[in-house]
Design a protein around this ligand. Structure first.
Ligand SMILES: [Ca+2]
Length: 294
């Protein structure tokens, strides 16, 4: 296969033939202009159009429930992570925004700090001995001592803050767009960003985040879906379909009390999910492929 032909391998054969003919015609046409710069522009435009038809089949994963834990039904969950045997949770709504350390098995709140009425709390992440939180539209974040929740300092950022997670080197922040900001963990300033796409289409409303075995999991606001994102490319490499996990239509505000909360226990490979004002935190295992949507 010619190197150029590799670009046609995802197409049906009849489309491959016509596309190859078009490609060769394009090259001849461009060469006829005998101008290298023009040729490059033509080739780039052509390959850009080819990429539109190279849609990859992104797998959709289902789930099975391993365990169901109690969750405070008044907790408007905005951030969640697991560390050292405990869940850490942040909640939203002005006047009801807290950061909590929660006993997983019972849901008992062991430690809590309030943001007061000035801020709407959003995502949290642990970084060594610190706990970092962003707020929705305040442009202000907080750094706490992870052990006693004492406020150590504030920091600022442009735009909105939705969620946080981290790997060994960076902190990742969502802001409701299709971009994930990469932050320096010490200065908490943006150093780069990840543009998240599903087959080239931007995935907006990325909300709660979790780093899971080299991928970033992000639940998409107002849906029952979690995107599995390759952080090196921003490509969605899988979808987790959590329809049927919990009927949030039974809650007081079903349009708002949606899936939002992902935590991962890397040591024991346990994945936890919950939602705003859901009465449960679920430990789930992913199943390989979900049947086609009906
Ligand atoms: Ca999380």
């Amino acid at each position: 296969m010619l190197e150029s032909d590799a670009h046609f391998r995802y197409m049906p054969s009849n489309m491959q033939n016509s596309s190859k003919a078009m490609f060769h015609k394009t090259i001849i046409s461009c060469l006829a202009q005998a101008h290298t710069r023009k040729f490059c522009v033509c080739a780039l435009l052509f390959f850009s159009s080819c990429s539109l038809v190279q849609a990859k089949n992104i797998p959709t994963y289902g789930f099975k429930i391993i365990h169901r834990y109690t969750h405070d039904p008044l907790a408007y969950t905005e951030g969640l992570f697991y560390q050292g045997g405990y869940l850490y949770e942040s909640t939203g709504q002005t006047g009801q925004s807290y950061v909590r350390k929660v006993e997983l098995e019972t849901g008992k709140v062991l430690q809590q700090v309030s943001l007061g009425s000035a801020y709407f709390g959003e995502g949290i992440v642990a970084w060594h001995e610190k706990l970092i939180q962003v707020t929705w539209q305040g442009g202000v974040g907080f750094v706490y001592d992870l052990k006693n929740f004492q406020t150590l300092r504030q920091f600022s950022y442009p735009g909105e803050g939705w969620a946080l997670t981290h790997d060994s080197k960076h902190i990742y922040m969502s802001d409701g767009t299709a971009e994930l900001r990469i932050l320096d963990p010490d200065t908490l300033t943006k150093t780069a960003s990840i543009h998240v796409t599903d087959n080239g289409v931007p995935v907006r409303n990325l909300n709660e985040l979790e780093w899971v075995r080299g991928e970033i999991y992000a639940n998409v606001w107002l849906t029952d879906r979690i995107a599995r994102i390759d952080p090196t490319t921003g490509n969605v490499v899988g979808w987790i379909d959590l329809r049927g996990l919990f009927d949030h239509q039974s809650l007081a505000d079903p349009n708002d009390d949606v899936l939002n909360g992902i935590a991962y226990d890397a040591k024991h490979d346990r994945l936890f999910v919950t939602g705003k004002c859901w009465p449960y935190v679920f430990e789930i295992k992913l199943t390989t492929e979900k049947p086609a949507k009906t």
